[in-house]
Ligand binder design. Sequence first.
Ligand SMILES: NC(=O)c1ccc[n+]([C@@H]2O[C@H](COP(=O)([O-])OP(=O)(O)OC[C@H]3O[C@@H](n4cnc5c(N)ncnc54)[C@H](OP(=O)(O)O)[C@@H]3O)[C@@H](O)[C@H]2O)c1
Length: 413
Amino acid sequence: MSASLSSSPPPLSSAVPETQRILLLHGPRQPYKLVEDYPVPKLQGDAEVLVKTNTIGLNPIDWKAPDYNFAIPELPYISGRELSGDICQISSESSRFKIGDRVIAISTDYRDPRKAAYQSYAVSFDFNTVRLPARISYEEGSTLGVAFVAASLALCICMGVDFSDVADGPDLLKIVKEIDPALIPEDVRAETLHGISDDERARPGDWLAVWGGSATSANLTVQLARLAGLKVATIVDSARHGLRISNHKFIRPDLMIDSHDPQRAVQILQHNIGDEVRFGLDTRGKDTAAMLLEGLTKGRSTSNSAAPGGRPPSPPGTPRSSTSAHLIGLTGLPKGAATEGVTLHSVPIKLFHEVPAVGHALVTWLERLLEQGLVSPPEIIDIEEGLENVNTGLDRMRNGEIRGGKLVVRLAN
Ligand SMILES: NC(=O)c1ccc[n+]([C@@H]2O[C@H](COP(=O)([O-])OP(=O)(O)OC[C@H]3O[C@@H](n4cnc5c(N)ncnc54)[C@H](OP(=O)(O)O)[C@@H]3O)[C@@H](O)[C@H]2O)c1
């Protein structure tokens, strides 16, 4: 082997065609339409990579957005929030990726159609791209990206969990507080910087109640919470999910409560852990979030609360209040409800793609968690074959066939 050959720079691209297959949404309440010859998206700037899609993970928003006509920034629109595949183009030799790397691309940046998952080739920021260890299949890899990001931001930003001791994980609150506030998107700045005060941050031994425990986002939340040493109460349809969850190595809760009778579930939560439970996360919607709020509110006496950002942080050294609580809504929060003693939080998901330091900290941590077997992908309920069958998969989700795990779509390569 000659010296010049061995020292040649790594290639920036493999063979990438000019056109590709994609799915396009032409209007609300319509199926996605297959297009055979759509241009392959181009990289922009130094921080992007191109991924050849292998498997797409379907998310509830993929069918809810067209059905209820929200989160569609333009028409026609390319949708899809997560995929696994192979790196086929990088923008610079200094990229932390190389051609052929197996990766997950997490596309929370839904306003940029180049990054959408329903296409054969998708752009991703390198700080939104996760290298897959050999032990994780493409199918498994496509299940956990969005849920991991939502769970991490809920735990790290809204609850203030410090993961420094878990596979050298992030203390995201510290990271965001070191960033120029002007670089944090204005609509999530208050939640990010003032959502929780230092003395209220969740610590090992604190309880977290998760309502809607069968969701993929609940699965990752519980896995990460347990790694941080939190105790978990899962409120779930135990007739449907009880045995699986209570025997699950990674998501077995400390307390499982059946959700069938919500008032009774609140009573069980109260009678078992009462004032000890300071954190709640709801995955289902504003009605169940309201029940969880009731569970967190009952028995609390202080009015030390307001909407995120509305309450000034406690001065350093202030004794920790045992009565303030925090409720995170992934699908909505109760409107007009009394929130005495409870702060309401929405997950500032856009930090992941708009603040590179946050994205980088999360994707590199997920790589370590997967490599060390500390996090396990959610169950795959079924696999659809081919981009043209995304619509079939979304219909199965609409019909409530996919519960307690993920439906993924494998593309023919
Ligand atoms: N704010 C954010 O940043 C963010 C991020 C991620 C997710 N989310 C939202 O969080 C929620 C959960 O997302 P996920 O991906 O974790 O959910 P998921 O895993 O797809 O499923 C959630 C649960 O919903 C129930 N379900 C499934 N299909 C249904 C249907 N057709 N009608 C009624 N219930 C159905 C099932 O629970 P049971 O069998 O127990 O009924 C299922 O386990 C979604 O609304 C999603 O949009 C928000």
